[in-house]
Every structure is written in C-alpha cells, then in structure tokens.
Write a protein that binds this ligand. Structure first.
Ligand code: NAD
Ligand code: LMR
Length: 332
C-alpha cells in the first residue's frame, strides 16, 4: 500500500452513508491507498455508528485503515484530506411537525450546519482538502461552507454527478448506446429543478450529442424536465430520497478528482465560479471540470453554448443568486 488518505463523512448513520462508506474502503475509490475513516453524526444517533463499524470490520476490507466516530466535528476535521458532507435533512420527511417538500425549507434548516463545519474545515482540514457537499441544498450549503472556511487552497464542490449519471442513463436509452459511450454530460447551474443538463454538448460515441440526438423537441420537453425532476420522482416512488445512486455518484466524483481526466473529457460538479461562462464570481455553480496531472481541479473553458443553453443556465444562476441572498445572514 502506497499512502493513506483521511476521509471524514457526516450523516454517517443515514441512508446515503450506508451505501457510501463501504465503497470508500473497497480498494477501487482510492486505489491502493489505506483509507482512514472518521464518521460523524449528531449526538442523538452517534452511538449507532458502533454497529456500522462492526459491519465494516466484519466485511474485511483490505484497504481499511483506522476508523473512528464522533459527534464533535472540530475533532473530526483534523488533517482531513476528503470531507463528504452528507449530514443534513432530506426532503420527504416530517421535521418539527411539518412535511419537508420544498428546497426553501431545506435552506433554512440545513444552511446553519455548514457555517460551523466550514469553519472547522478551514481551521483543521488539510490545506489541499477536497470537500464534496451532498446535503441539500447542496450548492448553497457549499457556498456557506466555503465562505466560513475562508481557505482558497481547499476545493469546495457540490454534487451534481447524480444528475449527470441520470442524464447519461436517459440518453443511453434514447440512442441505444452503452452508458460508457456517453461522456462529458455537463450539469450547469444548481442541483435543483432549474439545473441545465447539457445534451447538446454531451459526447455520444465520439460525436456531439446535438448531432446524434437531433431532436430538440425531445431535449426540451422530455429529457431536461425528466432529469430536473428525477430527485422528486424517486422520493415519490420510494418514500425516501435517493440513496444508493447518490452514494455511487459521490464515489464517481471522488474517482474523477483522484486521477487526471482523459484529454478532451470532463466531469460534472459544482464549484466556485471564477467568472467563466459569465457566471458571477463566487457562486457555487455546476460546471464541466477537469482534473489536471498535478491533482488540481479546473473548469473546462472550451465548451460552446447555444443561445438555448445560455438561456437555461441563466434561469439556474438567478435561482442561485436568490439562494445567496436568502443566506446572507450566515456570511461572515
Ligand atoms: P438521512 O436522513 O438518511 O441521513 C442524514 C443523516 O445526517 C442523519 O443520520 C442525520 O442524523 C445526520 N445529520 C444531520 N445533521 C447533521 C450534522 N450537523 N452533522 C452530522 N450529521 C448530521 O438522509 P440521506 O438520505 O442520507 O440524505 C442526506 C442528504 O443528502 C439530504 O439533504 C438529501 O437531500 C441529500 N441528497 C443529495 C443528493 C445530491 O445529488 N446532491 C442526492 C440525494 C440526497
Ligand atoms: C436527488 O436529486 O435525488 C436529491 O437531491 C433529493 C432531492 O431532494 O431531490
């Protein structure tokens, strides 16, 4: 085994975490690195993590390093390389007597979590730590966390890989191609019903999606709304928010960041805008990303957007700006 990596997971007793955590130590996500895990939960359920740790030990994962659990995030954050911030309340449950259905409800309930966690990551995490926010509303939670961390050398991301995977699956059915033939499925904007899954710029068997699909009506009235509403459709069907697909998408994001991106390709996550594609600086927005050979993650800047695409992205940016306004009391 060559090196080790320390991974901090919040919401570790939740649904997504149960699918996610075993995959972190299976020898594929981080290659042959030894994986030290710190599992974090709220005080009310933190002791349940004893059971999860028993199961992990019983599974005998050769790459598993030290594994600890805590309800103290400051302690957990010390020297963390990766932070998977899953812990937060999902839609579809009853919270304080009210059924949580809207993202705006989540904004007020979950936003505060990311102030304290962001500060701790900035203070105690590694200078080059990578942070993936899964808990919703993911983009604005990441915005809050990044602001509180106040350390530009750390990479804050919000997860849009699940939307990208969903979009690939739909396009694979439409075009009768393998999912592995579909690359560069970019999700622009917010992880919300305003997101813009970019079928025009996806690459299908080496060709631009636009020319292979050649059906703007299907893209506009079928493909885009289906991807945008898939989270809700799963909640309605399952009675709970998507979990195993979300865990797989988190693993896909880690893998995409851990090794250089193939030439010409990109992957999807939301990161702080540097003004690329006219997205206001600082907003955590879904972009096409590439991992460089030195491990840094950059925005891919050579995507050509149609007027249709630009209009769709603007809708999502406006939503992100409104969310930013709604959480301004949480900014330092
Ligand atoms: P869950 O309710 O099963 O688990 C969430 C866990 O987080 C709970 O065990 C809870 O105790 C814990 N938690 C709450 N506050 C915490 C805190 N401050 N510190 C540590 N732990 C805390 O929910 P889930 O199904 O695992 O979903 C988690 C989140 O992920 C939700 O917000 C959901 O909407 C979101 N989600 C995002 C995506 C995406 O693509 N970005 C996809 C699916 C779900
Ligand atoms: C999803 O996309 O499945 C999650 O973000 C859950 C949700 O609330 O939509």
């Amino acid at each position: 085994m060559s090196a080790s990596v320390k991974v901090v997971v919040t919401g570790a007793a939740g649904q997504i975490a149960y699918s996610l955590i075993p995959r972190l130590v299976n020898g594929r996500t981080f290659g042959d690195k030894k994986v030290d895990l710190v599992l974090v939960e709220i005080p009310q359920v933190v002791d349940k993590l004893k059971g999860l740790i028993m199961e992990l030990e019983d599974s005998y994962f050769p790459n598993m390093g030290n594994i600890t659990y805590t309800d103290n995030f400051d302690e957990a954050a010390s020297d963390g390389d990766w932070f998977l911030l899953v812990g937060s309340i999902p839609r579809g449950i009853v919270f304080n007597g009210k059924k949580i259905e809207e993202r705006s409800d989540l904004l007020s309930i979950n936003g505060g979590i990311f102030v304290d966690q962001g500060q701790a990551i900035g203070k105690h995490g590694k200078d080059d730590a990578k942070i993936l926010v899964v808990g919703n509303p993911a983009n604005t939670n990441a915005f809050i966390g990044k602001n509180a961390a106040n350390k530009d050398s750390q990479l804050w991301m919000a997860m849009t890989m699940l939307d990208s995977n969903r979009a690939k699956s739909i396009i694979s059915k439409k075009t009768n191609k393998n999912i592995s033939d579909i690359k560069n499925m970019i999700i622009w904007g917010n992880h919300s019903p305003t997101m813009y899954p970019d079928a025009e710029n996806t690459i299908i068997s080496g060709e631009l999606g636009n020319s292979v699909i050649n059906d703007m009506n299907w893209i506009e009235s079928n493909f885009i709304p289906t991807v945008q509403q898939r989270g809700k459709a799963v909640i309605d069907a399952r009675g709970a928010s998507s979990a195993t697909s979300a865990a797989k998408a988190a693993i896909d994001t880690i893998i995409a960041c851990e090794s250089p991106t193939e030439s010409g390709e990109c992957f999807s996550a939301a990161v702080a805008s540097d003004g690329s594609y006219n997205v206001p600086e600082g907003l955590i927005c879904g972009f096409p990303l590439i991992t460089q050979k030195d491990g840094t993650v950059d925005i891919k800047r050579d995507i050509v957007l149609s007027d249709f695409g630009k209009t769709k992205i603007k809708i999502s940016i406006d939503e992100l700006l409104a969310e930013k306004e709604a959480v301004k009391h949480l900014m330092k």
